[in-house]
Write a protein that binds this ligand. Sequence first.
Ligand SMILES: NC(=O)c1ccc[n+]([C@@H]2O[C@H](COP(=O)([O-])OP(=O)(O)OC[C@H]3O[C@@H](n4cnc5c(N)ncnc54)[C@H](OP(=O)(O)O)[C@@H]3O)[C@@H](O)[C@H]2O)c1
Length: 331
Amino acid sequence: MITMRAWVLDAPGGPEAFHFRELPVPEPVAGQVLIRIRAFGLNRSEWFTRIGDSPDVKLPRVLGIECVGEVEAAPGGEYDKGQRVAAMMGGMGREFDGSYAEFTCVPATNLFPIDTSLGWAELGALPEMLQTTHGSLHTGLGAQAGDTILIRGGTSSIGLATLALAKASGIGVVTTTRSEKKRESLLAAGADEVFVDSGVLVDEVRRHYPEGVDHALDLIGATTLLDSMQCVRPGGVVCMTGILGGSWELENFRPMEHIPSGVRLTCYSGGAADITVEELRRYVKLVETGELTVQNGPVWEFEQLRDAHATMDANTAGGKMVVVVPPGPAR
Ligand SMILES: NC(=O)c1ccc[n+]([C@@H]2O[C@H](COP(=O)([O-])OP(=O)(O)OC[C@H]3O[C@@H](n4cnc5c(N)ncnc54)[C@H](OP(=O)(O)O)[C@@H]3O)[C@@H](O)[C@H]2O)c1
């Protein structure tokens, strides 16, 4: 039996709850593709699972909702061995073992073939981040060139990617952080305005935008959503895409009182089907040519997964974190 190295979560806990183990390399059946993983991005949803906030994920499990790598085997003939691919979502790392490993086996429908000159670490930062950002901007907000959007949770990897994608599309961006120290880096990344977020922004936003901003992307979630709705003009959209604030629920939500007339409230919960292969390839090309610059966080070695999760605990990543994986054993 050929084995691979994988990080397994047996039970919720701190970063030390991940254990490095030898597991059998999964065997794909028709309709599935075995990927030799070369890098994977780190995601908050994995962090929520690690700390015990994803009751749907049955442990033990190899987490990891996205990866990039090469096709190792595709019994259904959908792909050639060696094809460079990205994979994300569709139950990966939640319903079946995911990307914190040397190999993963995913439905062929979840794959994005991508030929690029980007290195594994650069490519590994992109799939889930671009899908979420693209979906939030277009499916969620319906933002157009010339609009101004408010990003709440602007220093998160999704916040930074939305800033980059929005600016590249001619959309103005007002963004936030809780930390005065991070203001300059957000301005340097292209923000038109930065507000330090104490949890209540409406007064400051209305001072600068008396009619309200066109749209708001809320990555903090239920704890700031009502305030975000007060920051948006009638006809504008508030899209909740994240829950950095840790709360899924609005207690005592009274829609007639809490939603200003004409403001639209929606969410973006994301999935691989929300971005086409062509759209993802176009964004990857823009990154490759330097037309789209996304501020990334640290790159980690495979053995350093616990350090990467400790950095998420401390909120000090400063952008999307990626783990690079050495080529696993020959099969
Ligand atoms: N819907 C989807 O498809 C989808 C996909 C991917 C991610 N997400 C969600 O998007 C959000 C961002 O994910 P990410 O991976 O980009 O996050 P991340 O990079 O790990 O975010 C880190 C930032 O979050 C801010 N933060 C942390 N705790 C906070 C709190 N309690 N209140 C306010 N701000 C807090 C900090 O900003 P400051 O210290 O600067 O304030 C920190 O810099 C998460 O909620 C994630 O679950 C959704």
